[in-house]
Design a binder for this molecule. Sequence first.
Ligand code: 5GP
Ligand code: MN
Length: 341
Amino acid sequence: MIDLSKYTKELSKLFSSSGNILIICHINPDGDAVGAQLALYHYFKSKNKNVSMIAPNNLQEFLKWMDGADQINIFVKDRKRCRILIGEADLIIMLDFNQPIRLGEAEEYVNASGAKKLIIDHHLDPENFADLIISDPTKCSTSELVHELVCGLNGKTFMNRPYAEALYVGIITDTGNFEHGSYSSRTFRIVADLLDTGIKKEDIINLIYNNFSSDRIRLQGFALNQRMVVLPEYRTAYIYLSKNDLKEYNHVKGDTEGFVNMPLSIKGINFSALFIEKENFIKLSFRSKGQFPSNEFASQYFSGGGHRNASGGEFADTLENTITFFLKVLKENVWRFEDDM
Ligand code: 5GP
Ligand code: MN
């Protein structure tokens, strides 16, 4: 854990000297990316700062209800306006990612901008593409990290309703509703403060988790029934879905979110993989329990990365060949998770 108070002075100077502040989250933003972005936005708004927001591409439906979400400019929908915002920014704050490629199309404009750049993130090993990088992988979410920095700046706990809702969304989505990830007693103390603002946690849970289409639920059933392979000898299970499978169930973006977690609830399974067939490549997601560094596995074999227990990557081959390759490298690496067996 790093001592965040050492950043208070620097951040305070950076924020007060910046007229136009721009907050950008990563491509395919998840609840934590948007939650952290909106929380910081509401904080700056309360301090009457001039602040704007960009997401590289569309928000998923289950995040659009959030207070301030309609103020997020979508780069691929409004390129002109977003380029102007990037050009006019004195400070660009990038949240919840550690590689510039996750800026999507905005990357080249952010690179070219003369603005000061700040990264706030909880992924391991950030690349160096900012003036200041605040990276703390012991935090369960970027939202938690943002809150601790904001409280440092504010001199005492900062809180208001939309801010609390945004943080709550960030924390529950990155921990699977307090099931995994590096949440701690500190996380629960923060959540206690959030609940004290009167946010309606049942409503938020319903908006985030209980709004699936029937097609999505049927796809989940199909994936578990027909497309899951369990390898007890390797403490591993994987699910694969072809383009045709997805079409059959009228797949829309986000429908397979969470599928990769499901095999981990099988007794004795410590490593889970999800293969999704895309146009020219296979997208992989990994989850592990215990010490197995799924992110190292992802970066070594699948041009990816992430956290120890949640990571992903890509492979430019057919679904069949990707699974064959996965099985080969899994066998070569099985010794790495013997401790967890
Ligand atoms: P998910 O499986 O939910 O798509 O991704 C889980 C985590 O893995 C993400 O938060 C991200 O850190 C990481 N991740 C997923 N896909 C990739 C990828 O293609 N490259 C890298 N570097 N990280 C990824
Ligand atoms: Mn996150």
